[in-house]
Design a protein around this ligand. Structure first.
Ligand code: GDP
Ligand code: MG
Length: 196
């Protein structure tokens, strides 16, 4: 069997959108409810099998905090793929994702494959809103639900997709929690790479 083709990939996006959780789901097929934030960056690898090749993804999972912004070029420089993540329950996180896309288009590799990913799809539906309502009256539980589950979708898929199409990006929605769309994201990116 041929040696796997090594690919450098970077994850970017605002803090707490679920970058680390997506990587953890993809690499270890697990999810942690209260993941502690990434400091600097984390590095993980995972293989992806395509029809006639095997890729080894070297994944740089960056910290989203503004104070680490100056480190980002180290991770996207020479990268062949970038996954820019936002949280579908927080509109502001899409604005931040767009600013990352702009920076990548200006500074990174010209044939960089970029995927825009809307994460926390499990919080989109009416069931998620109902979880918050049923917790009402139970002070702390209601507060916790309100902070996350109660918010529901703020970014419509069509809005994000239209932007992604206009910019030539892949677009997917995911849930690191349920696993929906996660393998697809990394596979779609791998398929779009020019391996020649
Ligand atoms: P990062 O800062 O972008 O790396 O975000 P983390 O992966 O640390 O996730 C931030 C918080 O969001 C954590 O509490 C995660 O458990 C939670 N989280 C991440 N992905 C999802 C998801 O798909 N659904 C839900 N409900 N929560 C998520
Ligand atoms: Mg992280």
């Amino acid at each position: 069997p041929a040696k796997p083709i090594q690919i450098k990939m970077v994850l970017l996006g605002e803090s707490a959108v679920g970058k680390s959780s997506l990587v953890l789901r993809f690499v270890n097929d697990e999810f942690q409810d209260n993941k502690e934030p990434t400091i600097g960056a984390a590095f993980l690898t995972q293989k992806v099998r395509l029809d006639d090749s095997v890729l080894k993804l070297d994944i740089w999972d960056t910290a989203g905090q503004e104070r680490f912004h100056s480190l980002a070029p180290m991770y996207y420089r020479n990268a062949q793929a970038a996954v820019v993540v936002y949280d579908i329950t927080r509109a502001a996180s899409l604005d931040k994702a767009k600013s990352w896309v702009k920076e990548l288009q200006r500074q990174a590799n010209t044939n960089l494959v970029i995927a825009l990913v809307g994460n926390k799809l499990d919080l989109a539906g009416p069931a998620a809103g109902a979880a918050a309502e049923s917790a009402e009256g139970d002070g702390e539980a209601a507060e916790a639900a309100e902070a996350t589950e109660g918010r529901g979708r703020q970014v419509q898929a069509e809005t994000a997709r239209a932007y992604a199409e206009e910019q030539g990006l892949l677009f997917l929605e995911t849930s690191a929690k349920t696993g929906e769309g996660v393998v697809e994201t990394f596979t779609e990116v791998a398929k779009k790479l020019d391996l020649a």
